[in-house]
Write a protein that binds this ligand. Sequence first.
Ligand SMILES: *[C@@H]1O[C@H](CO)[C@@H](O)[C@H](O)[C@H]1NC(C)=O
Ligand SMILES: *[C@@H]1O[C@H](CO)[C@@H](O)[C@H](O)[C@H]1NC(C)=O
Ligand SMILES: *[C@@H]1O[C@H](CO)[C@@H](O)[C@H](O)[C@H]1NC(C)=O
Ligand SMILES: *[C@@H]1O[C@H](CO)[C@@H](O)[C@H](O)[C@H]1NC(C)=O
Ligand SMILES: *[C@@H]1O[C@H](CO)[C@@H](O)[C@H](O)[C@H]1NC(C)=O
Ligand SMILES: *[C@@H]1O[C@H](CO)[C@@H](O)[C@H](O)[C@H]1NC(C)=O
Ligand SMILES: *[C@@H]1O[C@H](CO)[C@@H](O)[C@H](O)[C@H]1NC(C)=O
Ligand SMILES: *[C@@H]1O[C@H](CO)[C@@H](O)[C@H](O)[C@H]1NC(C)=O
Length: 666
Amino acid sequence: MFPMSLALLLSITKLLSFATAADVEAAGSSSVSRFVFNGFLGANLNLNGAGEILPSGLLQLTNNTHKQEVGHAFFPTPFLFLNSSLGEPSSFSTSFVFAIVPQYSDLSSEGIAFAVSPSVNLSAGLPSQHLGLFNLTSNGDASNHIVAVELDTTESKEYGDINDNHVGIDVNGLISVASMPASFAPNSTFDSRFENLSLISGEPMRIWAEYDAKNIQFNVTLAPLHVKKPSLPLLSSKVNLSSVLLRDMYVGFSSSTGHAAGSHYILGWSFALNGKAEELDPSQLPTLTITEEDPASAKKTKYWAILFPIAVVVLLVTISIIIVFVLSKRKRKYAEVIEEWEAEYGPHRFSYRTLYKATGGFSNDNILGNGGFGEVYKGLLSKSKQEIAVKRISHDSKQGMKEFGAEIASIGRLRHRNLVQLLGYCRRRGKLMLVYEFMPNGSLDKYIFGRVEQSLSWKQRFNIIKDIAAGLLYLHEEWEQVVLHRDIKASNVLIDAEFNGKLGDFGLARLHDRGETGETTRVMGTFGYLAPELSRTGKSTRSSDVYAFGAFLLEVACGKRPVELRGCGVELVLVDWVTEFLRRGELMEAMDRRLGEDFVLEEAEMVLRLGLICSHPVAEARPGMRQVAHYLQGEAPLPDMTPEDFPLFQSASIRNALVVGVSSSD
Ligand SMILES: *[C@@H]1O[C@H](CO)[C@@H](O)[C@H](O)[C@H]1NC(C)=O
Ligand SMILES: *[C@@H]1O[C@H](CO)[C@@H](O)[C@H](O)[C@H]1NC(C)=O
Ligand SMILES: *[C@@H]1O[C@H](CO)[C@@H](O)[C@H](O)[C@H]1NC(C)=O
Ligand SMILES: *[C@@H]1O[C@H](CO)[C@@H](O)[C@H](O)[C@H]1NC(C)=O
Ligand SMILES: *[C@@H]1O[C@H](CO)[C@@H](O)[C@H](O)[C@H]1NC(C)=O
Ligand SMILES: *[C@@H]1O[C@H](CO)[C@@H](O)[C@H](O)[C@H]1NC(C)=O
Ligand SMILES: *[C@@H]1O[C@H](CO)[C@@H](O)[C@H](O)[C@H]1NC(C)=O
Ligand SMILES: *[C@@H]1O[C@H](CO)[C@@H](O)[C@H](O)[C@H]1NC(C)=O
C-alpha cells in the first residue's frame, strides 16, 4: 500500500517539476541573462563527477555512500560577466535551496559551493576540504578566476576556517575573504539577533547571494526554506571582483565529500545577471524523500490519528511516565562530558550510545587487543554497517586529558594513506574513546613474530616497510608541523585488506613546531626502541623516531624482537646481534629463517644495513626520513660503511636504561 502511494507521489512531483523546471529567459543578443529551476527534471545542466539529476527532480551533487568524491553541475552556457563597453563587471544575483544529508547524522561530509568559473571543467579540483574547486597548487592562484560562496561543514585550520559550520565568500582560493557561522536573522525587521542553523541537519535551506558591482558589495543571506528572506544578510562585504571576473563565465555548483560520505542536494536555483534573481517557490520544489524513516513515521502518524483520542491520552500519559523514567536512567548510563578543548577542536563526535551499541556494550568478545593506554574493541556502526576500531583510554588526571585533546586535534587532521585514519571520538566520565578505521588484517607483529600461522613474504614485508617510511616522512616533514610518533614498532603497524602497512597508535604523538624538539620530561615509548640519548635527555626528537624505525626495520627483516628479555637479564639485543653478523661478513645470516631463500638479496641487505644506520647510537649520525625514503625507493645508494662504524656499546646503553628504570608502555 505504501510503495504505491510513494510511486504516485513521485509521479506527481515529476509532473509538477517538469512544468516548472527549465524556465529560461533569453535577453539581449545571444546570451541568456536569467533562469529559474524549481526542481531540475529535464534541466539541461553540465554534470560532472557524481553530479546527477534524480527522477524526483533533485539535483544530487554527491552520493551518500561515496567518500572522497566530487560533484559538479553548471549551467551549460556562459554569461557575459564583463562587458567592455561598461567600466565594471556585471552585477549578479542568485538564490538556491540546498540540503546536506550526511551519512552519519553527526559526522560532516564537507560541503557545497556556488561557483562562478571560467570553465565547467573543474576536474582538477580535489575532494574533501577542497570542495572540488581547487587543488593544492591551484588554491589561492589569481589565475583561477573563480568566485565561490561556500557552505562548509568541516573546519580546515590550514585554510583559516572559523568553525565546522560556516558560510564564506571565496575568491580564487579556500581562504575565505569573509565568513560567518551558519545562522540567520529570524526577526530582522525588528532586531539584529542571529539564530544558529546546522548545515548538516538535512533540512532544506535557502541562500541568496547578491553582488553589486558598482558598490563592490557582496551579500550572502541564509534562512530555513520556509522563512522569507531576512533583510539582514549574514555576510555583507566589500569585494572587488573586477580583476576576477572574465568576459565569459559559467555559474554552477561544486561539492565534495571527505572522510565521511554524504548527499549534497540542490532543490531549486535561480540566477540573474544585472538583475534580481527570481524568488523560488517552496511549494514547487521537489521534496526531499531521502531517509527511509520518513514514510514510516508518516504511516505512524496516520495510525495514531485514527485511534480514539481518550485512548491516545491514556497511552501517552503512561508512555511519558515510562519514558521519563527510562530516560533519567539512560541519561546516567550514557552521560558524556564536554570540555573546553572539545568546543574548540570538536571534530566528529560520536555519541556514547552509538559506540556502546557498535561494540556490543564493549563486550570482551570484541576486544582486538590491548594498547599502551587501554583496550581496543572491534565495532560495527549499525546504520552504515561500517567496521570500526574503538580505542578506549582511561585517564585519571587533567594533565592526561590535555594530552589527548592535543592528540585528537592533531590526528583528526592528519591524512595519509599510510596512517590509520581517526574517524572520531567520544568522551564519557573517565574514558576517552577514539574511533579508527578498522584494519582487517590486524597488526604486523602477529605475522613476523610467528603468532599466526601465516608469515609474510619478503615482497609484502618490503612494501610495508616502504609504507611506514612514507607515513613517518609525512609526520616528520610533509605536514605543516612536525609530529613525532614516539612509539614506532611492529605492533603499532596495522595491515589493511590489501596488505598495505599503516602506522597507528598516535597515543604518544605530540605536536611540535618544526625545528623544535620535544619538551617532555617523561620518557615515552617502548623499551628496546628507545634511542640511547633518550634516557639521558628525556627529549624525543625526529632522530629518536628514526632510531625506533631502525629497530622496526631489523625486526621485520630478522623476525626477532629488538630486545628479548628473559628473567631480569637481557638475552639478546637485536642491533648488536646484527652488527656481529656484519663484522663477521655474514650479514645475510641475520635474515628471518622463515623466509628461507625467498627474498631479493639487494633489498634485504639494504634493509638490514639501513636498520643499522638508523639505529646508530649517535643521534646526529642517523639519516632523516626523507633520506631514508630515498634509500628505500632505490633513488640513492646507501653510504659506504664498515663494521667499525657500529660500536658495540648498545647492549651496555640498553642495560643502563634498564637500570635507570625507563618504563615500558607495552
Ligand atoms: C550511490 O551509488 C551507489 C553505487 O555506486 C548506488 O547503488 C546508490 O543508489 C547511489 N545512491 C544514491 C542516493 O544515488
Ligand atoms: C554591453 O553594454 C552596453 C551598454 O549597456 C550594451 O549596449 C551592450 O548591448 C552590451 N553588450 C552585450 C554583448 O550585452
Ligand atoms: C577537463 O580538464 C582535464 C585537465 O584538467 C582534461 O584532462 C580533461 O580532458 C577535461 N575534460 C573535458 C571534458 O574537457
Ligand atoms: C591543479 O589545478 C590546475 C587547474 O585548476 C591544473 O592545471 C593542475 O594541473 C592541477 N595540479 C595537479 C597537481 O593536479
Ligand atoms: C520580533 O521583534 C518584535 C519587536 O521586538 C517583537 O514584538 C516580536 O515578538 C518579535 N517576533 C519574533 C517572532 O521574535
Ligand atoms: C552559534 O554558533 C556560534 C559559533 O559556533 C557560537 O559561538 C554561538 O554561541 C552559537 N549561538 C547560540 C545562540 O547557540
Ligand atoms: C547588502 O546588504 C546591505 C546591508 O548590510 C544593504 O544595505 C545592501 O543594499 C545590500 N546589497 C544588496 C545588493 O543586496
Ligand atoms: C576595483 O578594482 C579595480 C582595479 O582592479 C579598480 O579600477 C576599481 O576602481 C576598483 N573598484 C572600486 C569600487 O574600488
